[in-house]
Write a protein that binds this ligand. Structure first.
Ligand code: GLC
Length: 437
């Protein structure tokens, strides 16, 4: 049975955190065409295994990643312990296909968890339900397996239950050997063409029961039921035992935020890439600007959601320079304006036409995204309840304007911010507005 009270309690920190780092890393950083490379190219494993013998990320230093995340204002992290290719970045006793057996020789998951905890971030692990390495995972006729069309695979007997024992066993290892995990991010369920790889196919109730017995406070995503497509039973009146704690929209921000069938706010986390790939892709330079990402983070918070922003380190263990640069620009803005993100949520007010509003209790954060001619109208702000208005970045007072120019609009609050030079912060100028309680 889904225990709503326990769910509310364990997700408390997560609603405050708002901004996290997703990290996709594995052997696929070497071919550098994204983490789906084997499936996309229907690549047989013989062509992929050389990368296993070669994996030696000489620059890998989890502390550098963790520092970059903290400085960007991120409060948590989710790291790929195993992706669909089946390669494990932790020292699993249940497989040889793991980082400790490559030239790298290190338990990467442990180093990453330690480093991010040391920077004060909450830590999570991504674990793929799909596994293109394990012999008992469906091959021929599966929707995504690299050998799905290879008729030589058709008559090879495969014992899916043996795979499930393995998968459950690895999740047990992760929940037992790596200290407290704040998030477990399972990925993903699918169906079609006579296949149903969702929910109980994974023995999901049993799995979640085990996870919760080992990690009572861990937060789970919803992908034991769905993928980025669909919300799962968390959004319904009768959530299942394994519905998870949040919905995981991928590469999109829900236009109106999300509510469940009974009208309650539904917890969600938009996971998005900085360029167009999760795993490292050397030719993909299509990075979103820091300004875009800052504004989208504000959008998430104003709709009561979180943003999980991805980086894909390269084969030498470096987060690409472009991504590091974006993180540091986001960090400068967060350094001055993070107060309008952490611990904040939607305001309950309509979206103003020149920006967005986030809120913590009686404090409104008015994000001005568009300049005005002269005074700036603060749409929807209850004028007679305003105690003070400050420019968040420097704490300076902004008086509400009351003169013959604004006088024709008695219900609207106005402030004066800038002269001809434009807004003090072209990305997002934040006003902190304290209301009388
Ligand atoms: C996906 C993909 C993937 C990525 C992810 C992130 O559905 O399969 O490669 O890890 O979800 O949300």
């Amino acid at each position: 049975m889904f225990d709503r009270e326990a769910h509310e309690k364990r997700t408390c920190w997560y609603r405050q955190a708002r901004f996290g780092m997703f990290i996709h890393w594995g052997l696929y950083a070497i071919p550098a065409r994204g983490e789906w490379v084997r499936s996309d190219e229907k690549m047989p494993e013989e062509e992929y295994l050389p990368f296993f013998g070669e994996f030696d990320p000489v620059n890998f230093d989890a502390r550098r990643w963790a520092r970059a995340a903290r400085k960007a204002g991120m409060k948590y992290m989710v790291f790929t312990a195993k992706h669909h290719d089946g390669f494990c970045l932790f020292d699993s006793a249940l497989t040889d296909f793991k980082s400790t057996n490559t030239p790298c020789g290190r338990d990467i998951v442990r180093e990453v968890l330690d480093a991010f905890r040391a920077e004060g971030l909450r830590v999570g692990l991504y674990y793929s339900l799909l596994d293109w390495h394990y012999p008992d995972y469906p091959h021929y006729g599966d929707r995504y397996h690299p050998l799905r069309d290879d008729s030589r695979e058709r008559d090879i007997p495969r014992d899916f239950d043996r795979y499930l024992d393995y998968m459950h066993g690895q999740v047990r290892e992760l929940c037992t050997n790596y200290g407290k995990l704040d998030i477990l991010w399972f990925d993903f369920s699918y169906k079609g063409d006579g296949q149903d790889m969702t929910g109980e196919t994974w023995r999901a109730a049993e799995l979640v029961h085990m996870v919760r017995s080992l990690q009572p406070e861990v937060i789970l995503d919803n992908r034991l039921e769905v993928s980025g497509e669909g919300f799962g039973s968390l959004a319904t009146a009768v959530p299942s035992d394994y519905c998870g704690d949040f919905v995981s929209p991928e590469q999109i921000i829900p236009p109106q935020g999300l509510r469940d069938e009974e009208g309650r706010e539904l917890l969600w986390e938009a996971c998005v890439t900085m360029n167009d790939h999760w795993g490292y892709c050397s030719s993909d330079k299509n990075y979103k600007s820091a300004a875009t990402l800052i504004r989208r983070l504000v959008e998430c918070v104003s709709k009561n959601g979180n943003l999980l922003l991805n980086v894909g380190p390269d084969a030498r263990g470096n987060i690409p320079a472009e991504a590091m640069d974006i993180l540091s620009q986001i960090g400068s803005w967060m350094g001055a304006n993070g107060e309008s993100i952490w611990g904040c949520g939607g305001s309950g007010l309509p979206k103003p036409e020149n920006g967005r509003i986030t809120r913590r209790g009686d404090v409104l954060y008015y994000h001005i995204l568009e300049d005005a001619l002269g005074c700036i109208p603060l749409y929807g702000i209850p004028k007679d309840k305003v105690k003070s208005v400050r420019l968040l970045a420097d704490g300076s007072e902004r008086k509400l304007q009351a003169d013959w120019i604004t006088g024709n609009y008695p219900d609207m609050a106005f402030v004066k911010i800038s002269a001809a030079a434009g807004l003090p912060d072209e990305t997002d100028t934040v006003l902190k507005i304290c209301l009388e309680s």
